[in-house]
Design a protein around this ligand. Structure first.
Ligand code: 0GY
Length: 291
């Protein structure tokens, strides 16, 4: 367990850029409050409480109107804190759940009614045991009829081994945090090339956030944003972006969320790209009924 997690930024700056109407934070979390929503016994870290009220206030401050809450490993497969936040969001929030392999159709339908549109699978070493491939096959077979997608979170070094399996799955897949490549290792690094190759397949999407995780240069994380810019330019219709608030497991440089928004000047340098990244793409994936 991490003994003392870094607190999220207490007072993020106002972004220099105005975000387009309907802009979506497609990757963030709510944690606790622990006294109401206890953390999972098998968690690998205990975060600071990050309740929905703080997240909603951050979104108002940054100019983000919609959001996708992503279930994090510290809450395991108990999605209650996330579902509570989605319900309070009055249709402006959707969710990505973590579920047990034996989840019933009825339970999945209940999650769907509550705003869930996908399931997350973790292959990140510091988050515990990697997801079981047979369980993923079973779960994805159950969620395809609901029109859901899978969110996959892995360390870059795992991608080579994982790619053939991911190519097998017959549903859209969203890759977290640019595949957690090492921003100091250049665009020729095998994991980034493999990510670009996977993205040729229209089932794959990628989140161009997590710059603060993959940067090796430190704030303002421009070394990482340059990779996001490549992905956005090459695949403008299958990219998503999020704050990743409250930034679990950030050990060194807790980002200022307003400055992360400012990085979009590098990641999506034209209005048409920004519109797709922040509005059109998340709408297609999470609010298709509004199109
Ligand atoms: C993230 C990244 C992390 C944590 C989790 O599920 C999680 O606990 O996703 C991390 O530790 O890098 O997406 O928030």
């Amino acid at each position: 367990m991490t003994p003392e997690p870094l607190p999220f930024h207490p007072n993020p700056k106002k972004p220099d850029i105005a975000l387009p109407q309907g802009a979506c934070d497609a990757h963030c979390h709510v944690f606790g409050p622990a006294e109401r929503f206890p953390f999972a016994p098998q968690r690998t870290y205990t975060p600071i409480d990050a309740p929905k009220e703080k997240l909603f206030a951050l979104h108002r401050h940054l100019g983000l109107e919609r959001s996708v809450l992503v279930q994090a490993s510290c809450h395991g497969t108990d999605n209650a804190a996330m579902m509570d936040a989605i319900a309070a969001g009055e249709g402006r929030y959707r969710g990505i759940a973590m579920v047990e392999r034996d989840i019933s159709e009825g339970e999945l339908e209940k999650l769907h009614e509550g705003g869930v549109r996908g399931v997350r699978f973790n292959f990140v070493t510091h988050l515990g045991k990697p997801a079981d491939l047979d369980a993923i096959r079973e779960i994805t077979a159950k969620i395809i009829p609901l029109g859901w997608h899978a969110v996959v979170h892995f360390d870059a070094h795992r991608l080579e081994g994982l790619a053939p399996f991911l190519r097998e799955l017959q549903l859209p897949m969203v890759i977290d945090h640019m595949g957690r490549i090492d921003a100091s290792a250049g665009t020729d690094q095998p994991a980034f090339q493999l990510l670009l190759d996977l993205m040729q397949d229209e089932r794959f999407w990628v989140k161009v956030c997590g710059s603060e995780r993959i940067s090796r240069a430190g704030p303002p994380f421009e070394d990482a944003a340059a990779f996001g810019a490549i992905l956005v330019e090459k695949f403008p219709d299958r990219v998503l972006w999020g704050t990743d608030w409250p930034h679990p497991n950030i050990k060194q440089h807790m980002p200022d969320d307003g400055a992360l928004v400012d990085l979009l000047k590098i990641i999506a340098p034209r209005p048409d790209l920004m519109q797709k990244l922040l509005v059109d793409n998340p709408t297609r994936l999470y609010w298709p009924e509004t199109l």
